[in-house]
Design a protein around this ligand. Structure first.
Ligand code: PMP
Ligand code: GLN
Length: 384
């Protein structure tokens, strides 16, 4: 037998489901509603600003914590959209994607033997970050069909070794949101148990039907213990620019930056300058997103009315879960591949985001797509 040169530190991890499903969609020429990214372009002014900064020669390293003009714009927008005061110098760090920010926050805080609570189904980067830090992921399922916080199960999962809880609202992949009451409860819980929090709020502006996003930054007891992540990829439809930011109290920010400076050192300079210019020129832009995506959600959901799928309209994010239990008893991982090949429509199975997938039958569809694609996708789904 061939002798292995390395024993994997992440033996269970393969290529992400997003990469695999997007590749399969391309191979089959399928409509790709799997990986979450818009199929339409970012605002022209933002793209122009990017081109301008590249051509103006702003192509060398930015300051480690991010371009100050951008950090000031982030602080201004937190004031404008959330009425939150934030110090750009000591509390805001620009990161090359929320994924990197999450990794750095976990690495900065989690030690060998620490336990970290993950609410399943959870985003795929959380558990590897915890494990690479030597921690242990403790999984608490969110209760279907609404995927709400299950307080009893959450409390039962706590132990003296619990160090952190990772929350994500609006929630990928289910489209659920945490209520103000949930946030007040979590605030009390993390204070009572002295826990740190990673609050993944990358879909913060995508909340529907008159809901408000409740950021961890709005609750003093949470804010004092939280790393809050946002992503320009979602807010400005530039997922490929891989830039976002982390807001955390000064003491936590110091520790985050110690890791960030050796994982990536800095985020990309012209991206930061372009986003800063755009935020300054169009401070109201994020507030337009809820209506924009709600219309797309509604278009997609209405077009599915004659189908055999069951759905609860997504409360936030640009993802819609469809329950296919009236169509097939097959596992979601099989079906999403089969339907990509057979019907030319790619989606994401949600069982892969669980430690122990429950008996349920959901696929996730991304509706950040042009209206024509959404209508064509719904037509194909109606035929299944
Ligand atoms: N968290 C969640 C829940 C996400 O859906 C994404 C999107 N990929 C990220 C984090 C990562 O964002 P980014 O692309 O800025 O790293
Ligand atoms: N966040 C995106 C999604 O949920 C995918 C990002 C990725 O491919 N890592 O589809």
């Amino acid at each position: 037998m061939e002798k292995r040169v390395i024993a994997s530190k992440l033996p269970e991890v393969g290529t992400t489901i997003f990469t695999r499903m997007s590749a399969l969609a391309a191979e089959c020429g399928a409509l790709n509603l799997s990986q979450g990214f818009p199929d339409f372009d970012a605002p022209e002014a933002l793209r122009e600003a990017m081109a301008r900064h590249v051509m103006a020669g702003n192509n060398q390293y930015a300051p480690m914590a991010g371009v100050m003009h951008l950090r000031e714009q982030i602080a201004a927008q937190l004031g404008l959209h959330r009425n939150i005061n934030c110090d750009p110098e000591s509390e805001i760090t620009v990161v090359p994607g929320a994924t990197e920010g999450i990794f750095c926050a976990v690495t900065a805080c989690v030690r060998a033997g620490d336990e970290v609570i993950l609410l399943d189904p959870c985003y795929d980067s959380y558990q590897p970050a915890v494990e690479l830090a030597g921690g242990r992921a403790i999984h608490v399922p969110l209760a279907a069909p609404l995927f709400a916080l299950d307080r009893e199960r959450l409390e039962a999962a706590l132990s003296p070794r619990t160090r952190m809880i990772m929350i994500n609202s609006p929630h990928n992949p289910t489209g659920s949101t945490l209520s103000r009451d949930d946030m007040l409860y979590l605030q009390e819980l993390v204070e009572r148990h002295n826990l740190l929090v990673v609050s993944d709020e990358v879909y913060e502006h995508l909340v529907f039907d008159g809901r408000r996003h409740h950021s961890a930054l709005e609750f003093p007891g949470l804010r004092a213990r939280s790393f809050v992540l946002s992503s320009f990829g979602k807010t400005f439809s530039v997922t490929g620019w891989k830039t976002g930011y982390c807001v955390a109290p000064a003491e936590l920010t110091v520790e985050l930056r110690k890791i960030h400076q050796f994982v990536c050192f800095v985020a990309v300079t012209p991206v930061q300058l372009a986003v800063a210019d755009f935020m300054q020129a169009e401070p109201g832009y994020p507030a337009t997103l809820a209506a924009f995506y709600q219309r797309k959600r509604d278009l997609f959901c209405h077009a599915l009315e004659g189908s055999r799928f069951r759905l609860t309209p997504s409360a936030g994010t640009y993802f819609q879960l469809l329950d296919y239990s009236a169509i097939s008893p097959d596992p979601d991982t099989n079906l999403c591949e089969q339907w990509t090949r057979q019907y030319g429509i790619a989606s994401i199975p949600i069982s892969v985001f669980y430690d122990k997938p429950p008996q349920q039958h959901y696929l996730r569809f991304c509706f950040a797509k042009s209206d024509g694609v959404l209508t064509a996708a719904a037509e194909r789904l109606c035929g299944i």
